[in-house]
Design a protein around this ligand. Structure first.
Ligand code: MD3
Ligand code: FE
Length: 208
């Protein structure tokens, strides 16, 4: 379902069995790369979302150095674990000539939200972003390329995948709220969102 040019929603892309397998793969990731609390550049205000990453590069943010991608965990210094196979499968929707480099894992508790923002820390802005939702349903809001463009809201449920590319790649978006208790996938209230991203421009020699 095309929500806007380049913004394609695949409700229930992953079956319940696949969602359970993906959560099991993510538990291994979090054991190797514990969740951390990112902080806003300059102000140091904590995000309400906790994060970790998989893949060669991970997105991190802190007061001193701001938003960036780096190859190691900001607290343990260890390399990020591999991107789970099931998450990589959703990258096929991207139809991009190179694999994703970052799989950002956002964990929302019942109170967490994410303010309106653009994803623009990637050099490869020609590559779409692929988003996978797991656990409780959330109210997701997206608009246009200006912060004050009019917005629309949709509810993203467990197993949904959203492809954000083309004319929608730089749209403002955010998560207004969770609907706690709408999914039985996770043992407690909460939501996990995975975003798969290409960060660097692929080499002209292709493949990776
Ligand atoms: C853009 N995460 O980590 S998924 C982020 O649900 C982030 O955790 C959100 O924004 C989350 O940067 C959203 C990506 C997404 C999904 C739908 C969109 C981005 C979108 C629709 C329009 C524009
Ligand atoms: Fe985003």
């Amino acid at each position: 379902m095309e929500l806007a040019p380049g913004l394609i929603w695949h409700p229930a892309y992953f079956s319940r069995d696949e969602q359970e397998a993906l959560v099991a793969q993510l538990r291994d990731c979090v054991r190797q790369a514990p969740l951390f609390t990112p902080r806003m550049p300059r102000t140091g205000k904590a995000f309400s979302v906790q994060m970790t990453n998989c893949g060669p590069l991970g997105w991190v943010s802190d007061q001193a150095r701001g938003y960036r991608y780096q190859a190691d965990h900001p607290e343990t210094g260890a390399p990020w674990p591999k991107i789970p196979d099931l998450a990589l499968r959703a990258w096929e929707l991207a139809g991009y000539q190179a694999p994703p480099e970052a799989c950002l894992v956002n964990f929302y508790n019942a109170q967490a939200k994410m303010g309106l923002h653009q994803d623009r820390d990637e050099a490869a802005l020609d590559a779409p972003v692929v988003s996978i939702s797991l656990g409780d349903t959330c109210l997701f809001r997206f608009g246009g390329e200006e912060r004050n463009s009019p917005t629309k809201s949709i509810k993203l449920a467990s197993g949904d995948v959203v492809l954000i590319g083309g004319a929608s790649r730089l749209c403002f978006h955010g998560v207004d709220r969770l609907y706690a208790g709408t999914s039985t996938l996770l043992s407690d209230a909460g939501r996990i969102n995975l975003t798969l991203r290409r960060v660097t421009q692929p080499s002209v020699l292709g493949a990776s």
